[in-house]
Design a protein around this ligand. Sequence first.
Ligand code: ADP
Length: 498
Amino acid sequence: MKSKLILAFDQGTTSSRAILFNHDGEIVRVSQKPFEQIFPKPGWVEHNPNDIWSSQISVAAEVVAQHGINGTDIAAIGITNQRETVVVWDRETSEPIYNAIVWQDRRTARYCDELKDAGHEDLIKKKTGLVIDAYFSATKLKWILDNIEGAREKAEAGKLCFGTVDCWLIWKLTRGKMFITDVSNASRTMLFNIHTMSWDKELMELFNIPESMLPEVKQSSEVYGTTATTLFSTKIPIAGIAGDQQAALFGQMCTKPGMVKNTYGTGCFLLMNTGNKAVYSKNNLLTTVAWKINGETTYALEGSVFVGGAAIQWIRDGLRMVRTAPGINHLAEMVEDNGGVYFVPALTGLGAPYWDQYARGAMLGITRGTTDAHIARATLEGIAFQVYDIVKAMEADAGEKSIELRVDGGATASNLLMQIQSDLFGFKIIRPKTLETTAMGAAYLAGLAVGYWDSIDDIQSQWIVDKEFFPEAPKEKVDNMLHYWHKAVKCTQNWIEE
Ligand code: ADP
């Protein structure tokens, strides 16, 4: 068994990847394929569900073929996926009745405003842990039933299936034998009660969704069944499922309450493990299910920054101050500090804990002495300040102080950004060797279910530190910076008047 490998499916928003992991938790081979992004109208984002499936299964076949193994060498498959994206298909033919509506799609924003105006916010927050937003699946699913000809009749007659991407992939992998999802994906639909851990009748009524469309909700780590596709020579156990951010939390081995991870990608995604408590946020964070293993549910608080690494991209592509993303570090290192310059990268509004879609970016404190190096430094700081604000909100909600932050994502390559982050927090930032924490999490969930790894303790030791960053800046300096940052944030709020 231990000589076998675990195959992780990492089905992302712009590409599908398949990664083989060995028993030491090392990546032995990766295959990746982008697929088409469909933008039918401004604010609309779709994928063809058959592209999602074919790109995912082809990278799986490729990684297995390139590594010169076959199905018998794979101990289990674990799946992690873009969350909230909605697929609706015909139960008989397995044909999607419409494109997948992607999490980024804003077509139901107005309907979400109506729900808020009608006073449904409290009910939805209490039951699902979510704020009302077009981001989550329910309003997208309702849109398909209301707008695609014949959809509602077929749904009422039990002829349609709804699934998030994990569910769709497993349906295809098992040739329609299994119609399942896991608790972490279900918790992002806005139809799932995270306290009773079941689909919620009142919410199904509110959104007018027939229960027969909804998949069975399973744990995140258990043997659900085996593959039935002829693409593998044998039946391989499918044994782990988690939404991408939850999988990353698990891959970072943030398995104890109070542990936090942040992914510094285009945006930033922070999750804090809150153990068996669903912590109700008073600071505009989401409460979500992290995973369920061996009958035990673990919850998390979640907050995201819309513009993280994207601020660096804008400095590169919009202002052309640097030619490459890493170039920002050399420029920022030319100065000792920000010279009084603060950049609030609210380029698309502000995410948690501000939730202000009318905010816009601003640079403040500019003088005759300001140089491009100060702006570069203020950009890195602007990312770190946003992350700081979310962690502080998490601490306030959880009533628990963090002692460290585990990080992953492309922008963690910046040692300067990591140092700034540690200075702001006053605690250590830990960058692990394997930054593929999302796929890693899915592999661990699957491997644990089939006994490939014995226990979480068994894999804990595989999480290896690449570099730790310790706070160096004096407290007075940090306090002063935070004071000016928050003053700058205030200037950007409610900027756009519509
Ligand atoms: P995503 O998965 O959201 O596409 P990635 O995790 O690949 O994002 O991270 C990409 C981001 O990381 C980009 O926004 C880029 O600006 C930033 N980035 C990459 N390398 C560096 C670097 N050496 N220094 C600073 N930022 C970097």
